[in-house]
Design a protein around this ligand. Structure first.
Ligand SMILES: NC(=O)c1ccc[n+]([C@@H]2O[C@H](COP(=O)([O-])OP(=O)(O)OC[C@H]3O[C@@H](n4cnc5c(N)ncnc54)[C@H](O)[C@@H]3O)[C@@H](O)[C@H]2O)c1
Length: 341
């Protein structure tokens, strides 16, 4: 096929939108337009992207012939933008968290169902090759029955004195690190361990002068009986991302804290039965040192779902579930009790 496969647009042209733009380029799609209320951002992106910039996304949707749309606004504006597009039959890749409450998530899912448009949530870690390999090994039963997992995504805003942009605002973001980083971890928890039964969370605003929490620890109980621990913080050092999944026959570990992220798989079933003599396999992934790769792959998967009917890597329903678990975490922190979800 020659020429672009489809025309795409982006609503919200800030930091993460660049990964979407690059992902569309890699997928052979053409980003023809974008919307952003900031005049400075519009003029910069118009030059960088050679695309038409709009002040209002409504006007952009009215005027442009687009099939695919990424929503990269602050969290509070995901739902209105997604609904406007989905109701026109435009396929939507929505940044996480899908929305701030379950009613809005449900409306988005219903709008997609009614128009037949695809709704993908950008939990991009599902497109990370280490996560994909870990998921395959778990599904193949290579670590046996999952017993425990430890999930962590934490950073410090690049050492900045202040939290960036709208992220510290309760109205625009809906929550702090538990929502922002934790929704990815909740999605990963479900992806690796299945449904969650209850959650207990503690959180605090310990470093920054903001309206939302900057540090959060959550404990999960899965329907299977397995347990999980989820750590999220804006009070960390640098960028920390890791997961460890333990099972009755082995374990999987991946962290970016000790050099380039690699996946370590230890298996008792192949060894002598002693944990001191486990078989160990390391998986290295080309390009994984660049954290943009999973974002690009997520956008490429979205385009493949549109053009080839490939399964949606993370659906609207998946996005809703991660929001539901995060909301359970907030309820737990407020009440000081474990919350059934
Ligand atoms: N998948 C990930 O790992 C990941 C990483 C970073 C950000 N995100 C998500 O992406 C979204 C944006 O984050 P960011 O870091 O790019 O923020 P940002 O502040 O850099 O960019 C947001 C942009 O949206 C614009 N905007 C604000 N209100 C708007 C509206 N009503 N309509 C259109 N545009 C509007 C702003 O002017 C700004 O340019 C957030 O929902 C965030 O949670 C996801």
């Amino acid at each position: 096929m020659t020429g672009p496969l489809l025309n795409a647009a982006i609503i919200g042209a800030g930091a993460i939108s660049l990964r979407h733009f690059e992902g569309y380029q890699l997928a052979g799609a053409n980003v023809v337009a974008f919307a952003d209320p900031s005049e400075g951002t519009r003029s910069r992106r118009e030059t960088e992207w050679n695309a038409r910039g709009y002040l209002s996304f409504e006007e952009m949707l009215e005027r442009e012939d687009i099939q695919a749309l990424s929503i990269c606004t602050p969290n509070a504006y995901h739902a209105p933008a997604a609904l406007a597009a989905l109701r026109r039959g435009i396929h939507v890749l929505c940044e996480k968290p899908l929305s701030l409450d379950l009613a809005a998530c449900d409306e988005m899912i219903a709008a997609a169902r009614e128009s037949g448009a695809i709704l993908q949530t950008n939990h991009h870690l599902r497109s990370n090759p280490a996560v994909q390999t870990a998921k395959r090994l778990i599904d193949e039963g290579r670590i046996g029955r999952v017993t425990f997992m430890r999930l962590r995504q934490a950073h410090d805003w690049g050492g900045a004195e202040e939290v960036r942009g709208a992220f510290g605002s309760l109205q625009a973001s809906g929550g702090g690190t538990l929502l922002d980083n934790g929704c990815h971890m909740m999605d990963l928890a479900r992806h690796f361990g299945g449904d969650v039964r209850s959650i207990f969370a503690r959180m605090g605003t310990l470093k920054f002068d903001i309206e939302v929490e900057d540090t959060s620890v959550a404990s999960l109980e899965f329907e299977s009986g397995a347990l999980g621990s989820v750590e999220n913080a804006w009070t960390a050092t640098g960028w920390e991302e890791s997961f460890a999944v333990y099972g009755s026959e082995g374990a999987l570990e991946c962290s970016n804290r000790l050099g380039d992220p690699r996946l370590r798989f230890v298996s008792r079933s192949l060894g002598s039965g002693s944990w001191g003599q486990t078989d160990e396999t390391w998986y290295n992934f080309a390009g994984l040192e660049n954290s943009a790769i999973a974002h690009h792959r997520s956008v490429q998967a979205f385009v493949r779902s549109i053009t080839e009917g490939a399964p949606i890597v993370c659906t609207g329903e998946d996005g809703r579930e991660s929001v539901r678990l995060v909301l359970g975490g907030y309820e737990s922190a407020r009440s000081g009790m474990s919350v059934g979800v």
